[in-house]
Design a protein around this ligand. Structure first.
Ligand SMILES: Nc1ncnc2c1ncn2[C@@H]1O[C@H](COP(=O)(O)OP(=O)(O)OP(=O)(O)O)[C@@H](O)[C@H]1O
Length: 242
C-alpha cells in the first residue's frame, strides 16, 4: 500500500505554506523516512497533514492511485503524530494511565496496548518509568515514555517531530535503537524530522528534503553521514553543518 501526495497545498489563513508537494510514501515496508529541511520549511505541517490532524487546501492525497477524500479519517485511526518538545502525554498521569486514557479515546483494547507497552518497556529498560507521573520526568524520560505509549498502538504510520531534541548522547542512541527496532519488527512506516544528520543517517532508509514549502528532492536509499552533509550543502547552497 502506498500514500501518494500530488501537488498538495496547505494554507494557514491567507498564507500558503506548502506549495504543491508531491511524493510517495510506501506503507508496511519498515522504512524510516527522514524529513530534512531548514526552520520553517514545512516539515511539521507536512507531518500534521499526513497524520490527519489538519487537512489539505489543494492537490490530492491518494492511496494506491485511488483519490481518497477521507484521508484524514483514515490517518486519524492509522497514524500517530508526536509533536516536537515534551508535549504529548497528560501531565498528571503515568504512562500506563495515559495509555488507558488514549486507548479509550481511540476505541482500542487497553488489554492489547498494555501488553505491548509492558513488553517494550522491558525490552528498552524503561519499566521504572511506567508508574511515574509524566510531569515528574526528565526531558529524555518524557520522550521515551511518549514513544513507548505511541508504539503500543501499533499504527501503520508513526510520525516523530524532532524526537532527539534535548536528549543527551546516550538517550539519543536509545531512542534510535527503539525507532529502528519498531520499524524492523512491525514493518510499519516511521517518519521523523531532525536537524541532526548523524542521528538521521543511523536509522533513516529514505530521505525527503523540504525547503520553502516544497519537497525538493527524495532519496530512496540510506545515506552516510558524509553524503548527507554534502546534500545539505548542495541543496541549501550554504554550509549548514561544519
Ligand atoms: N498554526 C500556524 N499558523 C500560521 N502559520 C503557521 C502555523 N504553523 C506553521 N506556520 C508557518 O508555516 C511555515 C512552516 O512551518 P513548519 O512548522 O511546518 O516548519 P518546520 O519545517 O517544521 O520548521 P522547524 O524546523 O522550525 O520546526 C512557517 O512559515 C510557519 O511560520
Amino acid at each position: 500500500m502506498e500514500i501518494q501526495l500530488d501537488q498538495v497545498r496547505k494554507d494557514y489563513g491567507r498564507t500558503e505554506v506548502l506549495h504543491g508537494v508531491s511524493f510517495s510514501l510506501p506503507l508496511d515496508t519498515g522504512n524510516v523516512f527522514g524529513l530534512i529541511g531548514p526552520n520553517g520549511a514545512g516539515k511539521s505541517t507536512l507531518m500534521r497533514l499526513l497524520s490527519g490532524i489538519t487537512t489539505i487546501n489543494g492537490g490530492q492525497l491518494r492511496f494506491d492511485n485511488q483519490v481518497d477524500s477521507h484521508y484524514d479519517k483514515w490517518a486519524q485511526r492509522n497514524s500517530l503524530y508526536i509533536p516536537a518538545g515534551d508535549r504529548g502525554l497528560r501531565n498528571k498521569l503515568t504512562p500506563m494511565e495515559n495509555l488507558r486514557y488514549f486507548s479509550a479515546i481511540r476505541c482500542v483494547s487497553f488489554k492489547d496496548t498494555q501488553a505491548r507497552m509492558l513488553a517494550n518497556a522491558k525490552l528498552f529498560d524503561a519499566e521504572s518509568l511506567m508508574n511515574k507521573e509524566f510531569d515528574q520526568m526528565s526531558t529524555g524520560q518524557k520522550k521515551k515514555a511518549t514513544l513507548l505509549v505511541a508504539i503500543s498502538f501499533d499504527t501503520p504510520m508513526l510520525l516523530l517531530d524532532e524526537p532527539s531534541n534535548g536528549l543527551d548522547m546516550s538517550a539519543q542512541v536509545d531512542l534510535m535503537k527503539l525507532v529502528d527496532s519498531v520499524a524492523k519488527k512491525s514493518q510499519h512506516t516511521i517518519i521523523l524530522s531532525s536537524h541532526d544528520p548523524v542521528l538521521m543517517s543511523e536509522v533513516t532508509t529514505q530521505y525527503i528534503f523540504v525547503n520553502e514549502g516544497t519537497v525538493i528532492k527524495t532519496v530512496d536509499h540510506s545515506l552516510s553521514e558524509a553524503e548527507l552533509r554534502q546534500m545539505y550543502e548542495q541543496l541549501y547552497q550554504k554550509a549548514v553543518i561544519r
